[in-house]
Every structure is written in C-alpha cells, then in structure tokens.
Design a protein around this ligand. Sequence first.
Ligand SMILES: *Cc1c(COP(=O)(O)O)cnc(C)c1O
Length: 383
Amino acid sequence: MSQSPKRNIPISLPVTGEEEWQATREPLMSGWLTSGPKVRQFEELFAARHQVPHALAVTSATTALHLALVALNIGPGDEVVVPAFTWVATANVALYCGATPVFVDIDPRTFNLDPEDLKKRITPRTKAIIAVHLFGLCADMDAIKAVSGEIPIVEDAACASGAAYKGTPAGGLGTLGCFSFHPRKSVTTGEGGMVTTADARLADVVGMLRNHGASISEEQRHHGPRPYILADFNLLGYNYRMTDLQAAVGVVQIGKLDRFIDERAHWAAYYSRELKGLDWLATPVHGGDYKHGWQSYVTLVDERRSPFKRNEIMEKLQEKGISTRPGTHAVHMLGYYRDRYGLKPEDFPGARIANDFSMAIPLHNRMTADDYAYVVEALRTLG
Ligand SMILES: *Cc1c(COP(=O)(O)O)cnc(C)c1O
C-alpha cells in the first residue's frame, strides 16, 4: 500500500465532468434557462427509473418536502411525525407550514424510524408521517403502514435515489416522495430536488405550487395558442423551479445512477467483509428486502469495546487523510428544537446513540481500490 503523506480521501465527491459540462451548452445556447424542455426530460427519466407516474423537479429536497406537506393541506394545529435522527430540514418543513413536528425515535442499527415507537406518537391530529430512507436504506414501509392507517406517508428519499424496498423503488412507497440532488447525494444537479407521486391531483397541485401557484407553466403558455394571456393564480405558490441548466446536468447524472450504486455496493460489501473482525464497529444493515442506495456508508462505534472514543477515532483518521463524519444529527438535540420544545437527549435514546456514535466513512465514485484498502488498514490498526 502506498504511504503517501498527501493522502486525502474526502467523505464524498460527486462525479461530474466533460459530459455534464457539455450538457449545459444546449440551454445556454438556446436561451431557455429556467424550467423547460430539459426539466421535462429529467422528470421523465427520473419517473421511469423510479417507476412512478409523476415526477416534478424543484430546487432541493427541502422545498420538495415543503411542497409535499402544502399539497397535503398541512397547516396550523396539525402534527407531522418525523424521525428524531435525520437532516434538520425534515423537521423544519413542518414548521414552515405552521404545523408541529412530532419526533419519533429511530433504531440505531438501521438509522430509520422505529415503527413500535411510531404507534405511540400518532394522535388524532397527526396529518402526515415523514418516513426517511436514511443514507439510502428504505424505512420499513410495511411496518409503518401497519400502524399509520389513513395518514399519508411522505418519503424523505433525499438519500435514496435508486434504492428499493421489496422490489418497489423509493419514491413510489408513500403518498409522495422527495429526493435531493445536493452534491453529497448519489446523483447531483448542484442543488435540486424532485417530488414523485402516483396521485395525478397531487402532481397537479405540486406543479402549480412550485411555480408561484400559476395554473399553467411558462413553457405551456409560451408554446400555447395564446402566449400573451397570463396564467391564473388560484393557489398561494412559491418559486421552487429547477432551472434547465441544472436539469441538463440531471439528465446526464440519472443515466449514471445505477452504475454509481453498483460500484458503491461493491465497495460497501468490501468494507463490511474487511471490517467484520472489528467487534467495536457495527457495519450498515443491507440486503434482504432492501436494495440499498448507498448514499453513504455509516457505521456505529461501540465505545465499550473500541480502542478510542468515536470522536478520537475521527480525529486519528483525519490525521491520516481520511475524512469521516457523524452519520447526521439528532434534531431534538439541536439548539432550536431543544429550546423551543424543551427536549432532552434521553427523550429519544435511539437517536441519541446514532448522534453520538455513528461514523460515516468515505464511500463515493471517485475512490480507488487503493483508497478503500487504506481506509480498512487505518481502521484495523487504530490501537
Ligand atoms: C440531504 C437531506 C435533505 C435535504 O436535501 P436538500 O436537497 O439539501 O434540501 C433532507 N433530508 C435528508 C434525510 C437529507 O439527507
């Protein structure tokens, strides 16, 4: 193994280059820069890949989640159940609607919401459940549906492009699905998101909401018989439109999604095999009913057995040029939520464990075989 002192393995690095650069040429030359033909093409490819009838491109997973809740008429007095261990945006969107986020604990082995705890969090005011497919592993949707009754489920599939549960791709497992194309995710448009749904009416509403509430899109109007007549506005909408520049990149990226995931799955299996001997490090759950999307490879450190504490391990790896990160954060422990709702770390023990002991190690499509071997060796020889 090479011992270059300059080794620097980032936690994540998108694969973009010549093809994506060339793809942006068309919208730039045509002058159609905002949502137009490239967005439509990206939506069609995304819908086909995820086997859903409708896909609507927006500016991020955060705005996708916001629109999903608005489309479901979530408002003041309503409760939205969200996992306590997720990116902060999952909870924020409930507040954007004037609703109350109600946290549910997670299982620190899967990092996904615990259906047993979900039962206890549902009240007559629960108007939506956001099921997060964290790090690319789908939530146990059948177990969730067994307790959710008629309550709509919104999938936070920000990390789950290309993932599947019992053969059904993410995005088609709930009432609405929300994806992210941030550079930390498997495929990227810089910033960007997608809402998916099988419900034609909800698709219609999301389509209007993302475009100021306009009854028809600019493209429909410009290319329609009377481009001089402005659309009507019957809803309070937003400007959450993806640009054609971003979608042009998305069209190229979505074509690479399965190759990216296959390659990540190969190296995830390598990690899990090579790290099996470390009794203090739990490797991610995968397989069986779950096709993992491998947005990231998140381990759990058992500090009762590990040679050092999680943060010391992260420090030692950093010194060796290996970036690591906590998987994500426990939202109930973040200042805003802690103070606003008077929450204590121990209120959600699973989320607290994940917050304090999870450790993502590098897994992305710009790593070499040598990089993976270097990470394994570094973990094995920590002590
Ligand atoms: C990244 C992420 C988001 C936010 O996605 P953006 O596109 O950056 O808004 C939301 N939820 C989860 C679980 C995420 O990982």
